[in-house]
Write a protein that binds this ligand. Structure first.
Ligand SMILES: Cc1cc2nc3c(=O)[nH]c(=O)nc-3n(C[C@H](O)[C@H](O)[C@H](O)COP(=O)(O)OP(=O)(O)OC[C@H]3O[C@@H](n4cnc5c(N)ncnc54)[C@H](O)[C@@H]3O)c2cc1C
Length: 369
């Protein structure tokens, strides 16, 4: 059976490690993905200047080669499910018997701001690394730091704002960052958020209630008619699945994520699998967080092999609580698990240990790495 893996996100990196077992089960595996993967857990560490960008990069091409997996270094632009082919960005079609999507997410941009000058979406992560270079160029000049507006007040928006403040501090400057939030942020315990906001305010980060609807040179416009001084606008307003997923014509949720069964295949098409941010298990929806792609991976591998061999499929039950640790860009982290929270240097130490461990483990798939 021809198995096509679209995207080299967390779950498909695991499948590369399992390539031998997949082959032994009768699957002929082809991966379609860019040559490199950026690991999001380390992205704000790169943005703040604490880590080099190489720390967050995994060489997908080298991994695929070491596992003897055919790797087409391109992206998929569309899928014809009835003809069982994927359409590659470089123009060719590729037939499949089974297809699995692990293409991550993109930033919500309902006002279509992403293409404008000095507008920086949080994904793809390479854009954050470009933003870092841009900020550094400004910080090296005489004068006040750039006025940055971060549209979006989830954990990602706060973490990016904190990383920018960290970068400014490395250049001896106080940040000038406004996080714009539609409502009062409430993604964590009230005491954790209050403590975080106090700490960030002391580093030049404030939160304003509103909705960014436009950007012109020097300012951005809010939905209520007010404007904010703004040299650079970061879009961090929530993650949605890439349009490729809604283009499949299969049921999706409000964020465009493919609705899958606990066995990780589309309810209406048992040959179409998906995991990570681009999928949602109908019975147990979870937010787009890396851990779910990681934990789904062994079930995905087992079920693809079962599909090839005619065995029973296993169910993935995503955990109800998970640990998330934010890098606050000043050598400290904020750890959250359910109603529990903990801020300090030890939290960041643990985050680095987990994230660098993930990257090292993925790189370690490569003989001699
Ligand atoms: C700034 C930031 C920080 C974050 N920090 C954390 C964190 O600390 N911890 C955490 O758990 N989550 C974090 N997240 C969320 C995290 O990024 C996602 O939940 C996670 O990356 C999803 O993993 P995934 O495996 O689904 O996809 P991804 O890791 O996004 O990987 C998808 C891959 O598919 C490829 N791809 C995309 N489209 C195509 C296509 N059409 N064809 C072929 N390949 C394609 C991409 O190039 C990419 O390599 C953060 C997000 C952001 C924006």
């Amino acid at each position: 059976m021809r198995l096509v893996l679209v995207g080299a996100g967390h779950a498909h990196l695991h499948l590369l490690a399992q390539a031998g077992a997949l082959r032994a089960a009768g699957l002929d595996v082809t991966l379609i993905a860019p040559a490199g993967f950026h690991y999001s857990g380390l992205a704000t560490g790169v943005l703040s200047g604490a880590l080099p960008s190489a720390a967050a990069r995994i060489d997908v091409a080298a991994l695929a080669a070491s596992r003897h997996v055919q790797h087409l270094q391109t992206t998929v632009e569309g899928v014809d499910l009835s003809a069982r082919i994927v359409r590659l960005a470089r123009g060719a079609d590729l037939p499949f018997d089974l297809v699995s999507f692990n293409v991550g997410s993109t930033v919500q941009d309902p006002m279509g701001l992403a293409g404008a000058a000095e507008v920086w979406p949080a994904k793809p992560l390479s854009r954050l690394f470009d933003l870092k270079a841009r900020l550094e160029a400004e910080l090296k000049r005489e004068g006040p730091p750039p006025r940055v507006v971060v549209a979006g007040s989830g954990q990602t928006g706060f973490e990016i704002a904190a990383a920018i403040a960290g970068l400014c501090a490395r250049h001896g400057q106080q940040a000038d960052v406004t996080i714009v939030s539609r409502t009062t942020p409430h993604w964590g315990p009230a005491a954790a958020l209050a403590s975080l906001r106090r700490r960030l305010a002391a580093r030049g980060i404030v939160v304003a209630i509103g909705e960014v609807v436009g950007r012109e040179a020097g300012h951005c416009r809010l939905a209520d008619g007010h404007s904010l001084a703004c040299d650079m606008l970061v879009l961090a307003g929530g993650l949605v699945a890439p349009p490729l997923i809604s283009g499949l014509g299969l049921p999706t949720d409000d964020a465009g994520r493919l609705r899958v069964t606990p066995a990780l295949h589309a309810r209406d098409d048992p040959a179409v699998f998906a995991a990570g941010d681009c999928a949602v298990i109908e019975a147990s929806p979870r937010p787009p967080v890396g851990v779910f792609g990681v934990r789904a991976a062994p079930i995905l591998a087992a079920n693809l092999m079962a599909r090839a061999q005619g065995g029973a499929l296993r169910a993935y039950e995503p955990q109800r609580r998970w640990l998330s640790i934010m890098d606050l860009g000043d050598g400290t982290g904020l750890a959250l698990r359910g109603r529990l929270w903990w801020r300090g240097r030890a939290a960041l130490w643990l985050k680095r240990r987990l994230d660098l461990g993930f990257v090292a483990a993925a790189r370690g798939l490569r003989p001699g790495a």
